[in-house]
Write a protein that binds this ligand. Sequence first.
Ligand SMILES: *Cc1c(COP(=O)(O)O)cnc(C)c1O
Length: 425
Amino acid sequence: MLSALELYDPQIYELLTQEKARQSGSLRMIPSENYVSKAVMQATGSCLTNKYAEGYPGKRYYEGQQVTDLIETLAVERAKKIFQADHANVQSYSGSVANIAAYSALVATGDTIMGLSLTNGGHLTHGWKASFTSNVYNSVQYGVDPKTGRFDYDKIEALAKEHRPKVIISGATAYPREIDFEIFGEIAKRVGACHVSDIAHISGLVVAGIHKSPVPYADVVSTTTHKTLRGPRGGMLLCKAEHAKAIDRAVFPGLQGGPHMHTLTAIAVALAEADTPEFVQYAKQVVKNAARLAEKLMEYGFNLVTGGTDNHLMLIDLRNKGVAGKPFAKALDRARIVTNYNTVPGDPAPPFNPSGLRLGTPAITTRGMKEEQMDIIAGFFKKIVENIDNNSVIEQVGREVLLLCSQFSVPDHFIIPPENNHLAT
Ligand SMILES: *Cc1c(COP(=O)(O)O)cnc(C)c1O
């Protein structure tokens, strides 16, 4: 039987089929990507995409909210529970919008914000020059120590004392080590700044208790829902009770119109899944896999920024290999290994052709891969870097990758057993 999509839009159907094949037939190692469960996928593709729900539960601007109010209340309660937060807002369209909402709730335009620079592992929305956040706020950027690749908290404090920002942002998009959110909180207090912590990448590790939560040390915590947290694409804000009203107002009506109710519904499902022992196991394995992969890559002579990893991602500094990040990423992609080229701290090369490669383990761990497979994957990286111009070797690795992938199903078949999902009822 033909599906509706196949029948009405064969072109898009064909492309979706190709993308599905790509996602199952490759090692997806971009550290911000994952596979959602079948339940999350179902919620995302549900009739909630049809519904407008501007406002918040009990205070909507359109009628017909009998069900949406219950769904959003559930999502909020689940978020508060697993992050142990006073307040949660689950309406942000993405992590970027969540960040901008956080700033706009706390400070006025023209005020100073201070965040990690993009080339040192920060996000665009942390005040990078190409971002709107550097136009509307006075942006001060800190970096990592160019020698160690790690935060130098004394230097960050000195910079904060010099510039007296109103907001200090902790959190990163390409930092392989655990971040001391408590110190960031103290620095913010000492200079009278608000502390916004952006855990977009590591929120799954925080929920699982592997990395210390910033919730006790931050005024506002921002996260995406689709990275290690393994939900649909979206954003979320957690905050202290005193900021609850300002945060809600900043998201709606400040920045957004109607929430994407299908996404919000899927976020509720993902939050229930994250509140299970299976998820904790998963997050632990993500970190174990990253540690093992890092160890093996270093054995093969790859230089890792900071000399390893504490989380789900690593950054390879390729300068000793005589290969730049972009050609390496492209060769890996031809061998069905999907990563992204990235700057490394103190990179002399320009951001569009940087010296590094960023990779991570969230998606391949969702498929069930373990340490044994990390050893195999490290071997693939070695082979490709040594044969960057050798098509037949790259194609051979591609066939081996496909064989490996065929042994680990993608989670269209991955469901948290309902008896362990105590929040689902
Ligand atoms: C991914 C990311 C974001 C932005 O998320 P989008 O959903 O892509 O807008 C924000 N902050 C950090 C640290 C991120 O890694």
